[in-house]
Design a protein around this ligand. Structure first.
Ligand code: DGL
Length: 272
Protein backbone atom coordinates (compact mmCIF):
# COMPACT_ATOMS: atom_id res chain seq x y z
CA UNK A 1 0.00 0.00 0.00
CA UNK A 2 1.21 3.48 -0.86
CA UNK A 3 1.93 5.98 1.95
CA UNK A 4 -0.40 8.90 2.40
CA UNK A 5 0.06 12.06 0.37
CA UNK A 6 1.72 10.79 -2.77
CA UNK A 7 2.74 12.89 -5.71
CA UNK A 8 0.22 12.26 -8.47
CA UNK A 9 1.46 11.89 -12.03
CA UNK A 10 -0.84 11.25 -14.97
CA UNK A 11 -0.99 10.89 -18.72
CA UNK A 12 -3.42 9.51 -21.28
CA UNK A 13 -1.41 6.28 -21.19
CA UNK A 14 2.18 5.18 -20.65
CA UNK A 15 3.88 8.28 -22.09
CA UNK A 16 4.02 10.02 -18.73
CA UNK A 17 6.31 7.23 -17.51
CA UNK A 18 9.10 9.07 -19.36
CA UNK A 19 8.48 11.97 -16.96
CA UNK A 20 7.98 9.70 -13.97
CA UNK A 21 11.42 8.21 -14.64
CA UNK A 22 13.00 11.66 -14.24
CA UNK A 23 10.91 12.40 -11.13
CA UNK A 24 12.11 9.19 -9.50
CA UNK A 25 15.72 10.14 -10.20
CA UNK A 26 15.28 13.64 -8.76
CA UNK A 27 13.01 12.71 -5.84
CA UNK A 28 13.92 9.18 -4.77
CA UNK A 29 12.04 9.27 -1.46
CA UNK A 30 8.65 10.39 -2.69
CA UNK A 31 5.70 8.03 -2.91
CA UNK A 32 4.38 8.29 -6.46
CA UNK A 33 0.91 7.50 -7.73
CA UNK A 34 0.83 7.21 -11.52
CA UNK A 35 -2.51 7.15 -13.33
CA UNK A 36 -2.67 6.10 -16.98
CA UNK A 37 -6.02 7.12 -18.44
CA UNK A 38 -5.74 4.16 -20.80
CA UNK A 39 -9.51 3.82 -21.29
CA UNK A 40 -9.37 7.12 -23.16
CA UNK A 41 -5.98 7.07 -24.87
CA UNK A 42 -5.10 8.78 -27.17
CA UNK A 43 -5.94 12.34 -26.16
CA UNK A 44 -4.25 13.84 -29.20
CA UNK A 45 -7.27 13.86 -31.50
CA UNK A 46 -9.94 14.47 -28.83
CA UNK A 47 -11.71 17.77 -28.16
CA UNK A 48 -10.44 20.26 -25.61
CA UNK A 49 -13.64 19.76 -23.58
CA UNK A 50 -13.06 16.04 -23.36
CA UNK A 51 -9.43 16.38 -22.30
CA UNK A 52 -10.47 18.99 -19.72
CA UNK A 53 -13.14 16.69 -18.32
CA UNK A 54 -10.66 13.86 -17.89
CA UNK A 55 -8.06 16.19 -16.35
CA UNK A 56 -10.62 17.41 -13.80
CA UNK A 57 -11.68 13.85 -12.91
CA UNK A 58 -8.08 12.77 -12.36
CA UNK A 59 -7.19 15.92 -10.42
CA UNK A 60 -10.20 15.33 -8.16
CA UNK A 61 -9.05 11.75 -7.68
CA UNK A 62 -5.55 12.85 -6.69
CA UNK A 63 -7.03 15.34 -4.22
CA UNK A 64 -9.18 12.54 -2.76
CA UNK A 65 -5.90 10.64 -2.23
CA UNK A 66 -4.41 13.67 -0.42
CA UNK A 67 -1.80 14.18 -3.13
CA UNK A 68 0.75 16.90 -2.31
CA UNK A 69 1.23 17.73 -5.97
CA UNK A 70 -0.02 16.78 -9.40
CA UNK A 71 2.13 16.45 -12.49
CA UNK A 72 0.26 16.58 -15.78
CA UNK A 73 2.81 14.42 -17.63
CA UNK A 74 1.11 15.02 -20.95
CA UNK A 75 1.67 17.92 -23.31
CA UNK A 76 -1.83 17.60 -24.78
CA UNK A 77 -3.57 17.74 -21.39
CA UNK A 78 -1.32 20.57 -20.24
CA UNK A 79 -2.21 22.64 -23.31
CA UNK A 80 -5.93 21.89 -22.97
CA UNK A 81 -6.53 21.92 -19.26
CA UNK A 82 -3.82 23.27 -16.98
CA UNK A 83 -5.41 26.71 -16.52
CA UNK A 84 -8.71 25.08 -15.59
CA UNK A 85 -7.02 22.69 -13.17
CA UNK A 86 -5.28 25.57 -11.40
CA UNK A 87 -8.58 27.39 -10.96
CA UNK A 88 -10.24 24.23 -9.70
CA UNK A 89 -7.53 23.34 -7.17
CA UNK A 90 -5.76 26.60 -6.29
CA UNK A 91 -3.99 25.15 -3.23
CA UNK A 92 -2.48 22.18 -5.05
CA UNK A 93 0.95 22.27 -6.69
CA UNK A 94 0.20 21.55 -10.35
CA UNK A 95 3.05 21.13 -12.82
CA UNK A 96 2.53 20.68 -16.53
CA UNK A 97 4.81 19.81 -19.43
CA UNK A 98 5.41 21.86 -22.53
CA UNK A 99 7.51 21.16 -25.63
CA UNK A 100 11.14 22.27 -25.14
CA UNK A 101 10.94 25.22 -27.54
CA UNK A 102 13.15 27.55 -25.50
CA UNK A 103 16.20 25.25 -25.26
CA UNK A 104 15.72 24.29 -28.91
CA UNK A 105 15.80 27.96 -29.93
CA UNK A 106 19.08 28.33 -28.04
CA UNK A 107 20.66 25.25 -29.60
CA UNK A 108 19.77 25.69 -33.25
CA UNK A 109 22.43 26.88 -35.70
CA UNK A 110 20.25 26.68 -38.77
CA UNK A 111 17.46 28.78 -37.26
CA UNK A 112 15.01 25.94 -37.93
CA UNK A 113 13.67 23.55 -35.30
CA UNK A 114 11.29 20.63 -35.69
CA UNK A 115 8.56 19.73 -33.21
CA UNK A 116 6.86 16.35 -33.01
CA UNK A 117 3.74 16.33 -30.86
CA UNK A 118 0.04 15.50 -30.98
CA UNK A 119 -2.47 17.32 -33.16
CA UNK A 120 -4.08 18.78 -30.02
CA UNK A 121 -0.83 20.21 -28.67
CA UNK A 122 0.25 21.74 -31.96
CA UNK A 123 -3.18 23.30 -32.61
CA UNK A 124 -3.50 24.81 -29.13
CA UNK A 125 -3.33 28.55 -28.40
CA UNK A 126 -0.96 27.70 -25.53
CA UNK A 127 1.55 26.22 -27.96
CA UNK A 128 1.23 29.22 -30.31
CA UNK A 129 1.91 31.56 -27.38
CA UNK A 130 4.91 29.49 -26.27
CA UNK A 131 6.44 29.57 -29.75
CA UNK A 132 5.86 33.30 -30.08
CA UNK A 133 7.31 34.02 -26.62
CA UNK A 134 10.34 31.73 -26.66
CA UNK A 135 11.36 31.55 -30.30
CA UNK A 136 10.09 34.53 -32.27
CA UNK A 137 13.14 34.52 -34.55
CA UNK A 138 13.18 30.81 -35.24
CA UNK A 139 11.33 28.88 -37.93
CA UNK A 140 9.36 26.11 -36.26
CA UNK A 141 8.29 23.09 -38.29
CA UNK A 142 5.37 21.19 -36.82
CA UNK A 143 4.65 17.51 -37.31
CA UNK A 144 1.75 15.74 -35.57
CA UNK A 145 2.59 12.04 -35.06
CA UNK A 146 -0.47 10.22 -33.68
CA UNK A 147 0.89 6.94 -34.99
CA UNK A 148 3.90 7.18 -32.67
CA UNK A 149 1.56 7.32 -29.66
CA UNK A 150 -0.21 4.18 -30.87
CA UNK A 151 3.08 2.34 -31.35
CA UNK A 152 4.29 3.13 -27.84
CA UNK A 153 0.93 2.08 -26.37
CA UNK A 154 1.33 -1.22 -28.24
CA UNK A 155 4.87 -1.62 -26.93
CA UNK A 156 6.39 -1.34 -30.41
CA UNK A 157 9.51 0.66 -29.62
CA UNK A 158 11.96 -0.67 -32.18
CA UNK A 159 12.10 -2.96 -35.20
CA UNK A 160 10.83 -2.53 -38.75
CA UNK A 161 7.39 -1.12 -37.86
CA UNK A 162 8.75 1.57 -35.54
CA UNK A 163 11.56 2.37 -37.94
CA UNK A 164 9.14 2.80 -40.83
CA UNK A 165 6.81 5.03 -38.80
CA UNK A 166 9.62 7.31 -37.70
CA UNK A 167 11.66 7.52 -40.89
CA UNK A 168 9.49 9.78 -43.10
CA UNK A 169 8.45 12.45 -40.56
CA UNK A 170 12.02 12.80 -39.28
CA UNK A 171 13.51 12.92 -42.78
CA UNK A 172 10.94 15.55 -43.81
CA UNK A 173 11.89 17.96 -41.02
CA UNK A 174 15.63 17.30 -41.36
CA UNK A 175 15.49 17.97 -45.10
CA UNK A 176 13.60 21.21 -44.43
CA UNK A 177 16.58 22.36 -42.35
CA UNK A 178 15.72 21.45 -38.76
CA UNK A 179 18.92 20.80 -36.80
CA UNK A 180 17.22 20.34 -33.40
CA UNK A 181 14.18 18.14 -32.83
CA UNK A 182 11.73 18.57 -29.97
CA UNK A 183 9.90 15.52 -28.63
CA UNK A 184 6.74 17.40 -27.67
CA UNK A 185 4.78 14.38 -26.51
CA UNK A 186 5.74 12.34 -23.49
CA UNK A 187 5.29 9.07 -25.38
CA UNK A 188 8.06 9.90 -27.85
CA UNK A 189 11.15 9.47 -25.64
CA UNK A 190 10.34 5.75 -25.74
CA UNK A 191 11.04 5.86 -29.49
CA UNK A 192 14.24 7.83 -28.98
CA UNK A 193 16.60 5.21 -30.45
CA UNK A 194 14.61 5.00 -33.68
CA UNK A 195 14.20 8.78 -33.92
CA UNK A 196 17.92 9.31 -33.32
CA UNK A 197 18.82 6.74 -35.96
CA UNK A 198 16.57 8.49 -38.48
CA UNK A 199 17.78 11.99 -37.54
CA UNK A 200 21.46 11.14 -37.59
CA UNK A 201 24.03 11.05 -34.80
CA UNK A 202 24.47 14.22 -32.77
CA UNK A 203 21.13 15.79 -33.67
CA UNK A 204 19.69 16.96 -30.33
CA UNK A 205 16.34 15.38 -29.38
CA UNK A 206 14.84 17.44 -26.58
CA UNK A 207 12.45 16.11 -23.97
CA UNK A 208 11.18 17.65 -20.76
CA UNK A 209 11.25 15.03 -18.00
CA UNK A 210 14.31 16.38 -16.15
CA UNK A 211 13.28 20.08 -16.05
CA UNK A 212 9.79 19.08 -14.92
CA UNK A 213 11.25 16.99 -12.12
CA UNK A 214 13.46 19.94 -11.05
CA UNK A 215 10.48 22.32 -11.03
CA UNK A 216 8.49 19.87 -8.94
CA UNK A 217 11.33 19.44 -6.49
CA UNK A 218 11.74 23.19 -6.18
CA UNK A 219 8.06 23.81 -5.51
CA UNK A 220 7.86 21.06 -2.90
CA UNK A 221 10.97 22.42 -1.22
CA UNK A 222 9.62 25.96 -1.20
CA UNK A 223 6.49 24.84 0.61
CA UNK A 224 8.36 22.55 2.99
CA UNK A 225 6.67 19.49 1.51
CA UNK A 226 9.72 17.55 0.38
CA UNK A 227 10.22 14.06 1.86
CA UNK A 228 13.91 13.67 2.64
CA UNK A 229 13.85 10.00 3.48
CA UNK A 230 11.82 6.84 3.17
CA UNK A 231 11.62 4.09 0.59
CA UNK A 232 10.91 4.72 -3.08
CA UNK A 233 7.28 3.78 -3.56
CA UNK A 234 5.41 3.60 -6.82
CA UNK A 235 1.80 2.68 -7.43
CA UNK A 236 0.58 2.36 -10.99
CA UNK A 237 -3.11 2.66 -11.75
CA UNK A 238 -5.09 2.71 -14.95
CA UNK A 239 -8.61 3.38 -16.13
CA UNK A 240 -8.03 0.55 -18.64
CA UNK A 241 -6.48 -2.91 -18.27
CA UNK A 242 -4.29 -3.30 -15.20
CA UNK A 243 -2.49 -6.34 -16.63
CA UNK A 244 -1.65 -4.55 -19.85
CA UNK A 245 -0.30 -1.52 -17.97
CA UNK A 246 1.76 -3.67 -15.60
CA UNK A 247 3.38 -5.53 -18.49
CA UNK A 248 4.13 -2.47 -20.59
CA UNK A 249 5.32 -0.34 -17.66
CA UNK A 250 7.68 -3.16 -16.63
CA UNK A 251 9.25 -3.04 -20.08
CA UNK A 252 9.41 0.73 -20.27
CA UNK A 253 10.91 1.22 -16.82
CA UNK A 254 13.04 -1.92 -16.89
CA UNK A 255 11.80 -3.51 -13.67
CA UNK A 256 8.94 -5.84 -12.77
CA UNK A 257 5.87 -3.77 -11.84
CA UNK A 258 2.25 -4.52 -11.12
CA UNK A 259 -0.67 -2.19 -11.75
CA UNK A 260 -4.16 -1.78 -10.35
CA UNK A 261 -7.44 -0.37 -11.58
CA UNK A 262 -8.33 3.21 -10.71
CA UNK A 263 -11.57 3.19 -8.67
CA UNK A 264 -14.57 3.10 -10.97
CA UNK A 265 -15.90 6.52 -10.03
CA UNK A 266 -12.93 8.22 -11.68
CA UNK A 267 -12.71 6.15 -14.82
CA UNK A 268 -15.21 8.06 -16.96
CA UNK A 269 -17.74 6.58 -19.30
CA UNK A 270 -16.52 4.22 -22.01
CA UNK A 271 -18.50 6.20 -24.60
CA UNK A 272 -16.63 9.42 -23.66
N1 DGL B 1 1.55 11.68 -23.98
C1 DGL B 1 0.69 12.70 -24.42
C2 DGL B 1 1.34 14.02 -24.72
O1 DGL B 1 2.37 14.31 -24.21
C3 DGL B 1 -0.57 12.39 -25.16
C4 DGL B 1 -0.58 11.42 -26.28
C5 DGL B 1 -2.01 11.10 -26.67
O2 DGL B 1 -2.74 10.60 -25.82
O3 DGL B 1 -2.39 11.40 -27.81
O4 DGL B 1 0.81 14.82 -25.45
Amino acid sequence: MLSESPLGVYDSGVGGLSVLRAIRDALPHEPLLYVADSAHVPYGEKTQEFVEQRACAIADYFVSRQARAMVVACNTATAAAIALLRRRHPALIIIGVEPAIKPAAHLTHSGVIGVFATTGTLASPKFAALAQREAPEVRILLRPCPQWVRLVEQGVLSGPEAEAAVRAPVAELRQAGADVLVLGCTHFPFLRDEIQAAAGPGVPLLETGAPVARRLRHQLQERGLLRGQGPAELRLETTGSANALGELASRLLGQPLGAAATPERWRGLPRD
